[in-house]
Write a protein that binds this ligand. Structure first.
Ligand code: XMP
Ligand code: MG
Length: 183
């Protein structure tokens, strides 16, 4: 689905399909250089990272493995609690592997800093993060994102894997959800 198909629901277009593709190509060139001669394990965080993973993995001209985790970082409230529950764990043993976590967006950063530490305790040789988007609050936790697409304003965004109540994940681009949709 195109951003223009839901333009009434968006207050702003942030990134088009082409802008995202260009950025992922740029990140892929750096990742290829950094992992030359290795076979990294890309760990996608469900469900939001599905599009980033699919496009980044196909852009990469190196052999790699892909696996998935599903985590829940939210307790009763709407804000990240820092308490992370694993809903679906990896099928892969990460012992000795160079792991690259692939994420859609970093907001508080609590989920990723927990995930990074968790994978490190399993004996991964290295754990780095690739995220398409980062919100300003992420600086609070100071999570080290080796490969970052874009810094964005503190607004609720949808598209390219990101949802509001499971809707909009299939948009080709990313936009700011208009408040009238959720108010
Ligand atoms: P942290 O722990 O970094 O959690 O606060 C990041 C997770 O929060 C969700 N999230 C969003 N999802 N639009 C979305 O569709 C947004 O603007 C947004 N901000 C945060 C998302 O699941 C991400 O993995
Ligand atoms: Mg979500």
């Amino acid at each position: 689905m195109e951003l223009s198909d839901v333009s009434a629901d968006l207050s702003e277009v942030l990134f088009t399909e082409q802008q995202i593709a260009d950025k992922l190509a740029e990140l892929a060139r750096r990742i290829e250089a950094d992992y030359a001669g290795d076979r990294p394990l890309l760990v996608g965080v469900l469900k939001g990272a599905v599009m980033v993973m699919a496009d980044l993995a196909r852009e990469l001209k190196i052999h790699l493995d892909m696996d998935w985790m599903a985590v829940s970082s939210y307790g009763a409230g709407t804000q990240s609690s820092g308490v992370v529950r694993i809903l679906k764990d990896l099928d892969t043993d990460v012992q000795g592997r160079r792991v690259l976590i692939v994420e859609d967006i970093i907001d508080s950063g609590l989920t990723l800093s927990w995930l990074k530490a968790n994978l490190a305790t399993r004996g991964a040789a290295s754990v780095e993060i690739c995220a398409l988007l980062r919100k300003p609050d992420a600086v609070k936790v100071d999570v080290d994102v080796r490969y970052l697409g874009f810094d964005i304003p503190n607004a609720f965004v949808v598209g390219y894997g990101l949802d509001y109540a499971e809707t909009y994940r299939n948009l080709r681009g990313v936009g700011v959800l208009s408040p009238h949709v959720y108010q």
